[in-house]
Design a protein around this ligand. Structure first.
Ligand SMILES: NC(=O)c1ccc[n+]([C@@H]2O[C@H](COP(=O)([O-])OP(=O)(O)OC[C@H]3O[C@@H](n4cnc5c(N)ncnc54)[C@H](OP(=O)(O)O)[C@@H]3O)[C@@H](O)[C@H]2O)c1
Length: 268
């Protein structure tokens, strides 16, 4: 199946920065018509301007997706402006890098709201719109952590694994509506993701600046949409980790546990 993105009407969440910003610019190059959403109005407007300067079509719909009323009204306004909807890219997300023992229920629930419940409810509310769309599809941006949970990314990994499970279930459920449900599992990407994390008290040395360029991830996601690829592992780190996890899960478990013991060993 080939999906031509020229004129494809797509709602993109988390479009104000990082991977979402790169996705907006790359989607516009493919000729897609864009409804962009995130909370930060100024950043969203800047992305809309950049798309328009490059000759594309984009409209801003600022909203906090964890608030039901804002989410529903954003969806209604976006589809009205575009004259319908063919696709949704659930990209908005929040990280948390902390030892589970130091976390709180409130923080964990906050993360589940944006990483899991917001895309879930958006996918439910959008059924009648997408059913009428052209080659309709939903792309959920999970993470390699959604398939191979990482220590100190515990709450984040759980939220992304929940999104993986929901995606796999809806893929078959939404077959009756003719809506394709796809997912992308990127590895480390050079965005402000770490500084935007709810907590950043983990101990390992993380070098997000050495990760993939956001445009690389955006291009891989768009290619998956065009080819209707069910699951995309994006980046070398994601590919190798998920391959080892699939064929030698015990090895990953032992390596990660030994690293955690080393990092949290009491000072001699
Ligand atoms: N960077 C990585 O290494 C990496 C790796 C694998 C997967 N991912 C996933 O890729 C996606 C994009 O990550 P990124 O690196 O681009 O992160 P980012 O730079 O921190 O961007 C996150 C986006 O989500 C939006 N967002 C957060 N909370 C929101 C809320 N309550 N309502 C509406 N929008 C909200 C933010 O916009 P506002 O703040 O303006 O609302 C922003 O546009 C995330 O789902 C992330 O989990 C990232």
């Amino acid at each position: 199946m080939h999906r031509d993105l020229r004129g494809w009407r797509v709602l993109l969440t988390g479009a104000s920065q990082g991977i979402g910003e790169a996705l907006a610019l790359e989607l516009a190059k493919s000729g897609a018509r864009l409804a962009l959403t995130a909370r930060s109005e100024d950043k969203l407007d800047a992305v809309v301007q950049a798309v328009r300067i490059a000759g594309g079509e984009a409209h801003p719909f600022p909203a906090d997706l964890t608030h039901e009323e804002e989410r529903k009204s954003m969806l209604a306004c976006a589809s009205q402006t575009l004259g319908g909807l063919d696709g949704i890219i659930n990209n908005a997300g929040l990280g948390s890098w902390n030892h589970f023992a130091d976390g709180t229920e409130e923080g964990f629930r906050e993360m589940m709201e944006i990483n899991f419940f917001a895309p879930a409810e958006l996918m439910r509310d959008a059924i009648p719109l997408l059913m009428k769309g052209y080659k309709p599809a939903i792309m959920n941006v999970s993470s390699r952590c959604g398939r191979c949970a990482l220590p100190s990314w515990t709450e984040y990994s759980a939220s992304k694994a929940a999104l993986v499970g929901l995606t796999e279930s809806l893929r078959t459920e939404y077959a009756r509506f003719g809506i394709d449900v796809l997912m992308a599992l990127p590895g480390k990407t050079a965005t402000d993701f770490l500084s935007n994390c709810r907590l950043a008290s983990g101990k390992a040395q993380l070098k997000f600046e050495e990760g993939m360029a956001p445009a690389t991830v955006a291009k891989a996601i768009i290619s998956a949409l065009v080819r209707n690829k069910r699951e995309s592992w994006i980046g070398r780190d994601s590919y190798w980790m998920l391959m080892i996890q699939r064929f030698m899960p015990g090895l990953i478990r032992r390596k990660l546990a030994s690293k955690v013991r080393e990092l949290y060993a009491p000072a001699a």
